[in-house]
Ligand binder design. Structure first.
Ligand code: HEC
Ligand code: HEC
Ligand code: HEC
Ligand code: HEC
Ligand code: HEC
Ligand code: HEC
Length: 352
């Protein structure tokens, strides 16, 4: 008798309208006879729990902690850099949407945000990352959480390289969303192994957010030395894990995972069953050692910025590597073996 309730609802709405329109008439007439029962509705499909699955996510109660986590995260930071299209494509809500739309192309041939910039400082928010479900058949197609883009990403630094973070930990490739912004920008060349190299900016290196390229194991200045560089995409964390698995996994106590984007130990425990290692073996000592060597070579200032000037190839390469590991901000965790090889081989090249 599914439609019975619906018809009563319609009658209620009709009578409510009636009462609103007739407030000038204070005497209501006698109630009419009950309507005829409606026809039974069609049975639901087996195995699909209809709207309850929707309401699980689409309720205010469910969203409250998400909003709270988001508001305390770095993504809610008000630095939205709206005036410049170059910055807005990663730092501004509308800017990122316009960048993904492919409506504007910059002089280098890359999709960008509106070249006129944006008047509204619009930080990264729900609508930056979310749009609409691609399919409502979650059982067969998976739930894409209405993430705005899952398309593999051609990198700014080399558009011939495409990153597609899709594996068992992220079957639909939701982490590809992150790669759009968490990749270095195409400002500087990676120094080669032989020629002297001129550093022309204090921000020299894969500037801001080389997390995706670090995870992938690319864009270091691979100085040769005692340690082999792991092949592209071969890191354990790249093969069995993903941005969303580590940073948005199930929370331990509300302060990590989900929309805090803080890595959650619950995910680490899937593989490191005794608890994750406290650091990438030797990272801190080698990172500090390389920094001291570069300060001595004159290419890194005490405040960690790069020093302008012409440097021998090995110094320029080692500077690039140190700044890359610094900008990655994971203390080598994104790709432990790549981080170790970059550090050890850079130190070796400077000490010999
Ligand atoms: C796992 C969580 C989840 C489930 C389950 C889910 N959604 Fe969504 N849906 C989202 C997210 C996240 C968004 C992005 C927009 C937002 O958060 O408001 C979204 C967006 C939408 C939108 C477009 C934006 C809006 O809010 O108007 C519609 C429509 C929608 N969902 C309908 C549904 C329906 C219908 C179902 C059930 C068949 C469903 N969703 C199940 C997470 C979910
Ligand atoms: C390709 C995307 C992208 C573009 C383009 C971009 N940024 Fe960023 N920016 C990021 C990401 C990602 C981070 C956060 C990186 C991190 O925390 O490791 C960031 C961080 C920053 C920070 C904070 C740095 C810190 O260490 O706290 C500043 C300031 C900043 N960007 C300024 C700018 C300006 C100004 C522009 C335009 C000239 C710009 N960005 C263009 C992606 C981008
Ligand atoms: C930086 C990008 C980003 C922003 C900003 C963001 N989300 Fe999400 N959201 C995601 C991704 C990616 C997932 C899928 C995570 C997963 O599958 O583990 C997700 C999942 C969800 C889900 C369903 C899964 C869950 O966590 O239960 C909901 C609901 C949701 N987001 C709502 C929101 C709301 C509301 C906001 C704004 C307060 C927001 N999101 C902001 C990227 C984002
Ligand atoms: C629209 C571009 C954009 C997208 C998409 C995006 N981020 Fe970010 N993210 C940023 C920027 C910009 C910052 C730095 C904010 C600031 O400090 O002003 C940031 C900060 C962060 C931080 C904190 C860094 C810090 O210094 O504290 C983490 C962790 C992070 N993002 C992870 C992710 C993950 C995981 C995803 C994918 C689900 C993602 N981001 C998607 C642009 C983006
Ligand atoms: C194996 C788990 C793992 C994977 C996979 C992973 N991360 Fe991380 N990430 C970490 C850990 C652990 C840190 C260090 C956090 C800290 O020390 O605060 C970190 C640090 C970061 C930071 C700097 C955060 C800060 O507070 O300074 C950003 C930004 C970030 N990751 C983004 C990403 C993006 C984007 C991806 C996918 C391309 C990714 N991560 C993949 C575990 C992971
Ligand atoms: C999919 C399985 C998997 C997950 C999930 C995972 N790890 Fe790992 N981790 C590995 C593997 C495999 C290695 C060895 C290095 C390699 O193969 O690239 C490793 C190495 C490490 C190392 C380097 C240890 C050393 O001796 O130098 C650290 C640190 C680490 N993981 C931390 C973490 C943290 C923190 C998390 C959670 C945020 C995490 N891992 C999640 C599989 C995983």
């Amino acid at each position: 008798m599914k439609t019975f309730g619906f018809i009563r609802f319609l009658l209620l709405v009709a009578s409510a309208t009636f009462m609103v329109q007739c407030t000038s008439d204070p005497i209501p007439g006698p109630p009419g006879a009950d309507g005829i029962d409606g026809i039974d509705g069609i049975d639901g499909m087996d195995g699909v729990d209809g709207t309850t699955s929707c309401i699980n996510c689409h309720s205010n109660a469910y969203r409250e902690p998400i909003l709270l986590a988001y508001s305390e995260s770095a993504h809610a930071n008000l630095r939205s850099f709206g005036a410049s299209a170059t910055c807005a494509r990663c730092h501004n809500d509308q800017g990122f949407q316009d960048y993904l739309s492919n409506l504007y192309i910059d002089s280098l041939g890359f999709a960008t945000a509106n070249p006129d910039g944006y008047d509204v400082p619009d930080p990264i928010s729900c609508t930056t990352c979310h749009d609409m479900h691609r399919s409502f058949n979650f059982e067969e197609d998976g739930n894409d959480k209405a993430v705005r883009s899952i398309t593999p990403v051609d990198l700014f630094l080399d558009p011939d390289i495409t990153i597609d973070i899709r594996n068992a930990s992220d079957e639909l490739g939701l982490s590809n969303l992150c790669v759009n912004c968490h990749q270095p920008r195409n400002q500087y060349d990676i120094p080669g192994p032989t020629a002297d190299f001129e550093i022309t900016s204090s921000r020299f290196g894969p500037h801001h957010g080389p997390q995706s390229t670090m995870l992938e194991g690319i864009f270091g200045a691979n100085i040769s030395g005692a340690l082999d560089y792991p092949g592209r995409g071969s890191a354990g964390h790249r093969q069995g894990s993903s941005c969303i698995a580590c940073h948005m996994g199930p929370t331990t106590n509300g302060s990590d995972g989900g929309h805090t984007w803080e890595p959650t130990t619950n995910t680490c425990l899937n593989c490191h069953t005794g608890g994750p290692p406290s650091e990438v073996d030797g990272f801190e000592a080698d990172f500090d050692r390389l920094r001291d060597l570069l300060i001595a070579a004159g290419s890194i200032a005490p405040d960690s910025s790069a020093v302008l000037g012409v440097f021998p190839a090995n110094v320029a390469q080692a500077t690039w590597n140190w700044r890359m590991l610094m900008e990655d901000k994971s203390m080598g965790v994104h790709n432990p073996n790549y981080a170790k090889a970059l550090l050890k081989n850079s130190i070796e090249a400077l000490e010999n």
